[in-house]
Design a protein around this ligand. Structure first.
Ligand code: FPP
Length: 239
């Protein structure tokens, strides 16, 4: 089935929140004998398409893993390149996203990012903050463990007593506060790992791992995965 012009996904049982681990940019570039940043740039183009496809399909929330707390260990050149891509993405895309009523949110330790990235991210968030369409979370300098540690600190700073700590209260301090957990998590390029992404929030999330490298991922493959999700029966721990 092809989805060239309009979205033909059934609106029934559409996932509310989709999370994506955009993996395989480096291997995609290597296969083409090109530098890793060539792969990340191609990955940015895929991201642009997938955000549009999400918005067109009526998905409420999309969360993508763009830079983890561990990614700082990569070469200086790659880290700098990824930060430049983030700045370019926010600056170039904000107009189009705003026009499409998309609300951009950065999740993760923003204060630890390069100042120029913080600046571009804050401007994109400010411009789109009142939009009511797709909520687009970009996880930057994000780690699932770090998310939980920050939430615990926030509870302690508020003087919450041990007996008052509940799942709901901790959940309300995470970067994803106020949002439902992802229904569906997609990881490209064949690795079956969470890699410290949304550890708390994915307790009951349906996982889909596909072999395609992120730069080769497209709307058609995306909608096929959403359809496959729509066929799954979620039990949330019940029989
Ligand atoms: C993982 O592939 C990908 C990343 C660490 C970066 C993801 C970034 C983008 C898709 C570009 C858009 C970014 C922003 C900030 C808007 P990998 O490099 O680990 O690939 P490999 O496992 O094949 O080496």
């Amino acid at each position: 089935m092809r989805y060239n012009m309009t979205c033909q996904l059934s609106k029934e049982n559409l996932p509310e929140h989709i999370a994506i681990i955009m993996d395989g940019n480096g291997r995609w570039a290597k296969e083409k004998n090109r530098p890793r940043l060539f792969g990340h740039n191609a990955g940015m183009k895929t991201l642009r398409k997938i955000v549009k496809a999400s918005s067109d399909a009526g998905i409420k929330i999309l969360t993508v893993y763009a830079f983890s707390t561990e990614n700082w260990k990569r070469s200086q050149e790659e880290v700098d390149g990824l930060m430049n891509i983030a700045v370019e993405y926010f600056k170039k895309e904000v107009g189009e996203l705003h026009k499409n009523n998309v609300k951009i949110q950065v999740i993760g330790d923003i204060a630890g990012l390069y100042p120029k990235v913080q600046d571009a991210a804050r401007k994109a968030m400010e411009t789109t903050k009142d939009n009511t369409g797709l909520i687009f979370n970009v996880a930057l300098n994000y780690g699932g463990r770090n998310d939980i540690v920050y939430a615990v600190k926030a509870l302690m700073e508020k003087g919450v007593l041990p007996e008052e700590v509940t799942e709901e209260r901790l959940n309300a301090e995470l970067y994803t506060k106020g949002l439902p957990d992802p229904d569906l998590l997609i990881r490209t390029s064949g690795e079956s790992r969470l890699s410290n992404f949304m550890l708390w929030q994915t307790a009951y999330t349906e996982f889909f791992v596909i072999d395609t490298y992120w730069p080769d991922f497209d709307q058609e493959a995306y909608y096929h995965l959403i359809e496959a999700y729509q066929q799954r029966h979620r039990r949330f721990g019940t029989a």
